[in-house]
Write a protein that binds this ligand. Sequence first.
Ligand code: FMN
Length: 345
Amino acid sequence: MEPINLHEFEALAQACMEPGAWDYIQGGSEDEVTVRANRSAFERIRLRPRMLVNGSSCDLSTTVLGTPVSMPILVAPAAYQCLAHPEGECATAQGAGMARTLMAASTFSTCSLEDIAGAASGPLWFQLYLYRNLRVSETVVRRAEAAGYRAIVLTADLPRLGNREKDIRNNFDLPPDMRAANFTEEDLEGAHFIVPIFPTWETVDWLKTVTSLPILVKGLLTAEDALLALERGVSGIIVSNHGGRQLDSAVASIEALPEIVEAVAGRCEVYLDGGIRRGTDVLKALALGARAVLVGRPIFWGLAVNGAQGVSRVLEILRAELELAMVLSGHFALESIDRSLVKFV
Ligand SMILES: Cc1cc2nc3c(=O)[nH]c(=O)nc-3n(C[C@H](O)[C@H](O)[C@H](O)COP(=O)(O)O)c2cc1C
């Protein structure tokens, strides 16, 4: 049976996946308060639709850091996608390309960044985890630039791995035939999951000496940090709590969005991820000032169910839901969506 929404994709994906890998993808840290909050916070925001507005169809196309995309829905960086499908990140890149949108590829991809670029027909960003040996990180950034990636996304919320108790209980590790394909065994020094050095604000300065690509910082949740990011000259901020996989009880990302948008005041682009499962979630994030949203776990669901086609289908479902939500709320253009569309209950 063809899934008609992301919840049905989720149920189908679970049935196709090995339980330990499923827990790794779905899980959050500790009591998963933040995983749940990412969803429940959307339910506390309601829409104030306008009626009898002149219009018939919506143009969802937009730009992200100047790059055209067909809709304000992007693919979040996520590690180890071969856990869900043998073609892993290459299939995701194809699926994102079919949907004419952008994929952010993780440092810890199970396909190399060059292979992902080869499979992609749409634009790419490269997500960076800083590695103990800065030379290894520098090389990977230069490779991403050479392969045509259009921005570097520095993930700020993983100075250490969160306490993901499901993975601990499952003793989860990558299967022996899978590895972090951007690195040699020597680079990794035997580590799969460990990110041994802490990125700091100085890392942004260092990154600027290594690349001329625009830099986004991912994982900010406060106005204070947004202002520090602006001082460092970043081009974009991704408001995120890593899908509830890092600090448990951190605020839901949609709760953090308004204060960050206010602090930034248009000086850089602001994005959001965490808990996006419906077009109405996307609409709420846009109304609160996000330029676009990124989707994490549902990409794995699409991959697990049907590879590149599944990823594309997940994105097309979100596109259709967003378009319908815009029409039903009287907004026929992204530009007309503003804060007056939402009400907190
Ligand atoms: C299995 C998995 C792996 C992830 N790996 C990364 C990663 O390598 N780098 C990163 O910045 N974020 C990573 N994330 C976080 C996502 O980029 C994103 O912030 C989060 O998934 C969004 O929440 P959602 O899953 O509710 O859409 C990962 C998330 C999941 C579920």
